[in-house]
Design a protein around this ligand. Sequence first.
Ligand SMILES: *[C@@H]1O[C@H](CO)[C@@H](O)[C@H](O)[C@H]1NC(C)=O
Length: 322
Amino acid sequence: MLFLQTLAIGSMLAWNANANAVAALVPRQNVNPGPVKGDTFIHDPTVVKTPGGSYIAAFTGDNIQMKQSSDRTTWRDVGAAFPSGASWTTPYTNGDKNLWAPDLSYHNSQYYMYYSASSFGSSKSAIFLATSKSGLPNTWTNQGLVIESTTSSGYNAIDPNLIVDASGKWWLSFGSFWSGIKLVPLNASTGKPSSSTLTSLAFRPTNGGAVEGPFITRKDSYYYLWVSFDACCKGAASTYNIRVGRSTKVNGPYVDKAGVDMMKGGGTLMMSSHGSIHGPGHNAVFTDTDGDVLVYHYYRDDGVAQMGINLIRYDSGWPVIY
Ligand SMILES: *[C@@H]1O[C@H](CO)[C@@H](O)[C@H](O)[C@H]1NC(C)=O
């Protein structure tokens, strides 16, 4: 017993000496997804809770695909947001119907959905806005272009997320690779940019600049910037992992738990591949009666993308997934 304790203390000292190096690679605790049933396939999910208490999800797919749930556990595919197509997006998709990474929210008695139109590996991209009274398929009104990027912009206008700050101002974060994650102020009456000035929030000087899928949340005195590092979309070989940093201001600077600025590659690891959970990433967060809820996709061993749902608690001002 004594021998074992000594051994344990010895390895803890070794652990502490390497803690900084290790912390960047292994999250404090890699938890498994909570229970999800029914139509569990999803990619780049977003979830909104309706005023009636049910849930609507939207995700990457032909003309944006949607699901509904009454209990947050059992999900049912309900069809495309735009069943008649979204012709306005085709200049950015080379005609593909596949639209990416929607962001659902509910404000001013209506649902807002920002979503992306692009093609793989190209920064010729655009973010569009649609609104709906019910949030369900075939009820969305196209509100048009929000922001676009070209092959020479140096950033990529995909992966949008709306955050309403503590003073009621609207902002849109977005971005993928190139010069990283950006923030643009929005006019809350139109949902469109109120200025063309972009603020940079996160950048990775390494790994080909692989940071995308921003999502900003607010809890008490902090804003949290969630992002995904590394590679999505490679089935069970995907290396996506979920990172977070925090700031007292919505427009940054965001730093991770070790104090590293997210503009310098910082980002505290929250979830990475483990066991049969491959490449968890592209997370969203919404607030429910039992706390903040993390939604993401991961790949099973057979390479099929699945919905992951966990709860978030806060420990000394840092989120913990459980
Ligand atoms: C926001 O948009 C509305 C409608 O177009 C416009 O009347 C208003 O002046 C805009 N506000 C700002 C701050 O730009």
